[in-house]
Design a protein around this ligand. Structure first.
Ligand code: PBG
Length: 330
């Protein structure tokens, strides 16, 4: 009797049971990988839905404090705050950005005063405060680099003063990391960390976010003179090298899912703390398809987050953070 030939390697052996699959899984997602972006609005006990991001709400400061408490209980290590700024406060000079009592800075202080053990990240970019919706100062239709950096430094210092642990410059002006780092050192904020939005692309996936912070109506033109071209990868490496040399502690790739190759390159080439932002449009796609019953929402959420880890990310900014954390803790 002749034996039937058998495959030299049976990869299916290790996939046969949940235990064997767990045993040889290369990548794990944990609650400690999650950073939860939150939208802050004015008022007291106020919440309102962001229509293009089902399940996401803008929260008044008292509710932001509750959300921070919930995040801490879930084991989420960091939250990130984005203010919805009233249009009356938006100017061409963006002065509200460095108002120590602006919505964002009041929210940071409220979380600090509540004594919640969680890292608080703030966004350093002028768009929520700019009458024209841009991340930098605009004059005669031109986005001015060095004037913008000066404004961003004031903004960053006000956030550090309020008690932010992580500053996230998302503006893409040249030289802002070095300028912010120098100012933090000079003012004694030596322990405030910088997560540079180093490889931030000019992406159509930010649409729902701009609705959420009320910037869509304001924005004139696009952000292509400062955000990256989606076709570029080597340039991302040069930006990361530059931001690290200027004093960034962590770097971010944004958007996330369409740019996992950039995440992998960053981790492999630099070996530094690497984060990805699963942005509003990515959330809206997954959530929208799930709400229509076209995909299994829970499954695509967990699969997408695991993919960031596999691509080399140390953490993920995601609007799914509390939902994913509840599942991971279950
Ligand atoms: C602002 C900023 C943006 C996002 C984070 N910070 C929008 C933009 O650059 O226009 C996008 C986040 C998201 O889409 O979830 N500079």
């Amino acid at each position: 009797m002749s034996l039937a030939p058998y495959p030299a390697a049976r990869f299916r052996r290790l996939r046969a049971t949940p235990s064997l699959r767990a045993l040889h899984r290369e990548t794990r997602l944990g609650v400690e990988d999650l950073i939860w972006p939150l939208f802050v609005r004015d008022g007291d006990n106020e919440r309102d839905a962001v229509p293009s991001m089902p399940g996401v709400e803008r929260l008044s400061i008292d509710l932001i404090v509750e959300a921070a408490r919930e995040a801490a209980l879930l084991g989420i290590p960091a939250i990130c705050l984005f203010p919805y700024t009233d249009v009356s406060l938006k100017t061409e000079a963006c002065e509200e950005a460095w108002n120590p009592h602006n919505l964002c800075n009041r929210a940071v202080r409220a979380i600090r005063e509540a004594g919640i053990e969680i890292a608080v990240m703030t966004d350093v970019a002028l768009d929520p405060y700019n009458a024209n919706g841009h991340d930098g100062i605009v004059r005669a239709g031109i986005i001015l680099n060095d004037e913008s950096v000066a404004a961003l430094v004031r903004m960053a210092l006000a956030q550090a003063e309020a008690g932010a642990d992580i500053l996230g410059p998302s503006d893409m002006m040249d030289g802002r990391i070095g300028a912010i780092r120098a100012a933090l050192e000079a003012e004694g904020h030596t322990h405030v960390t910088i997560m540079s939005y180093a490889a931030k692309y000019a992406s159509a996936f930010y649409g729902p976010f701009r609705d959420a912070v009320g910037a869509s109506g304001a924005l004139t033109g696009d952000k292509k003179t400062y955000q990256m071209d989606p076709g570029n990868s080597d340039e991302a490496m040069r930006l990361i090298a530059r931001d690290l040399s200027e004093g960034a502690d962590m770097v971010m790739v944004k958007p996330g899912m369409p740019y996992l190759d950039i995440c992998r390159r960053t981790k492999t080439e630099f070996g530094v703390p690497t984060y990805a932002y699963q942005v509003s449009g990515e959330y809206a796609m997954l959530r929208g398809a799930a709400d229509h019953g076209w995909v299994d929402g829970t499954a695509v959420m967990m699969e997408s987050l695991t993919a960031f880890k596999r691509a080399g990310c140390d953490g993920i900014l995601t609007y799914f953070a509390p939902e994913a954390a509840r599942l991971l803790n279950a």
